[in-house]
Design a protein around this ligand. Sequence first.
Ligand code: V47
Ligand code: SF4
Length: 359
Amino acid sequence: MNSIQEIYKKVERRERISELEAIQLYEEADLAVLQKLANQIRKDKHQDKTFYNRNIHFEPTNKCVYACKFCSFARKAKATEEEGAWDYGIDELKVQLDKYPVGALTEVHITGGVHPDRGVEFGEELVAFIKKVRPEIHVKAFTAVEVTWMAKVSKLSVRETLTRLKKAGLDSLPGGGAEIFDSSIRRKIAGGKAPADRWLEVHGEAHRVGLSSNATMLYGHIEEYSHRVDHMSRLRQLQDETQGFNSFIPLRYRNENNSMSNLKEVSLEEDMRNFAIARIFLDNIPHLKAYWVMLGVEEAFKALDYGVDDMDGTVDDSTKIYSMAGSIENPALSRDYLTKRIAESGYRAVERNSVYEEI
Ligand code: V47
Ligand code: SF4
């Protein structure tokens, strides 16, 4: 086993670290050293740029065939409106889009519960509608879990499902549904939903049909450091093969209104340690995102000093997944606020499109 000093030196030489070395960083590394190393890597890759975009979310339903224990958002598939369930379609999507003049948004992110009856046709309809009325908007839609379910309902292969969605106008896949890949932990917190291999297969196929994607990791619940490293290692392996991931998004478990509310949330220090190690370990994923909606605004700005180069976007109060789990109630940040705070943090704000081209 290497000493911790030797691992630091390896990172300084920009050599790839092993899974065991990453676990050792989690267990032994000094946070100030991790911060310095992650920051150097971030500077090599992106200099002083901090990216953001102008985006909204659309959550077509919160009805879900699954019952992940960490989820505060989902309702049973047969739940009624009185029980807090919703089913939205084209009409609601149109109302949402009509709020924005042409040019005000560059991305719509669509994700929601896994609706029992909605197959690929529903997905195609939503995506095609956006492309009809706002062809310039990038549509980042449907997690690997949703894609897997659509394929099942419509009796198609994953590849056929992705190809049809792409033809309808889908541009990329969001990173959700990854949770934690280790099967024993995944089974405990995410029940029967798409296992790790399937999640990775969907993203691999997406990359091969020409759709890029993101990857998340839900941490700070019942997993151990070895599970986080295993998760990132499987992503690193797929990325070596496809180069299709744009960004990695660690998501701290939020503990309100769900079946694991007995668990305490991890500390800010733990969040920063996790961002820094992710930046060091995932040498082949270009961007590291602090999703302020989940993490909190102050925490996300702090993360810029621990390897993060992307703040996600303006969001404009269009998502409920995190407010229902105890995070910011009405998440919205203006472009001016993002630009100003990024500058105050010592970085240069750069508006990006969804594949990180500068606007
Ligand atoms: O997969 C659900 C997470 C994810 C909780 O790709 C929770 O750009 C913490 O993936 N505590 C969906 N996390 C959101 C997502 C996402 C968000 C922003 C940007 C992108 C992107 C992707 O939310 C789920 C799950 O891991 N989640 N409940 C909770 N209580
Ligand atoms: Fe359903 Fe997704 Fe919530 Fe799991 S995390 S219960 S799949 S909405």
